[in-house]
Design a protein around this ligand. Structure first.
Ligand code: PRT
Ligand code: ZN
Length: 206
């Protein structure tokens, strides 16, 4: 007998999207047994494995068809220049990629960024923005804690994810404008598999 095709869905291992992603799968009627620290979580009642990954790695797995589906933020997709089929937009993971500057800075509008240093974990999206606005600025690539860079005189402004604005406020930074609006989305790999339709119907997606 032919073994049924087993599907894979890439989900953030830990972090802001993990709980919402798992809640969605459980809401589809899928059940999972605790699997210790394993990075592969088999579904008990459907031919599906959850792959627990860093959110930044999810586009790579889905674009190559190693994972058939993934749940990831649109900010990560845009930075990685991956434009997969989006099957569903979720209510969680909502945030904005914004430019912010110290409250006492001369930087108040987009054109004030000319010649300044901007720290970001989103160099591709910032480059696109500066190009579109015909601005020349130095991009300082930083992988985390971007908010501390103006205080340490590593940057004059930052381009970072903002949700409530609390972190900006704590660092005396003022949000100036939005570059990208984002939320968590369910994405599909470009590789066709018959079993995909069964999963989508189980999750109420046509
Ligand atoms: O380990 P891994 O690489 O998987 O996780 P990560 O640390 O890269 O990501 P994580 O868990 O912080 O965020 C995962 C995704 O959640 C992001 O890619 C966004 O799509 C989404 N998201 C929603 C956010 C936020 N809200 C958010 N507030 N991602 C990050 N933040 C950070 C932001 O960088 C800043 O440091 O939270 C701080 C600002 O929050 P506020 O509420 O103070 O404004
Ligand atoms: Zn990440």
């Amino acid at each position: 007998m032919k073994t049924p095709e087993r599907l894979r869905i890439a989900v953030q291992k830990s972090g802001r999207l993990n709980q919402g992603s798992m809640d969605f799968l459980v809401s589809c009627g899928l059940t999972f047994a605790p699997n210790g620290h394993s990075l592969i979580l088999p579904c008990q009642n459907f031919d599906l494995d959850v792959l627990y990954l860093r959110d930044d790695d999810i586009p790579e797995y889905v674009s190559r068809g190693v994972a058939d589906f993934g749940i990831v933020g649109q900010n990560v997709l845009a930075e990685k220049e991956f434009e997969p089929k989006i099957l569903k937009k979720f209510d969680f993971g909502k945030c904005r990629l914004m430019i912010a500057a110290p409250a006492d800075s001369v930087i108040k509008t987009s054109k004030d960024l000319e010649g300044e240093r901007i720290a970001t974990s989103y160099p591709k999206l910032l480059t696109d923005y500066l190009k579109k606005e015909k601005l020349e600025a130095a991009i300082i690539p930083i992988s985390g804690s971007v908010e501390i860079t103006p205080d340490l005189n590593l940057a004059d402004a930052i381009c970072d994810i903002v949700q409530t604005g609390t972190t900006l406020k704590a660092h005396n930074l003022v949000p100036l404008f939005t570059i990208l609006e984002s939320q968590a989305v369910l994405i599909e790999s470009p590789i066709n598999k018959q079993a995909k339709a069964k999963f989508l119907s189980k999750c109420g997606i046509n």
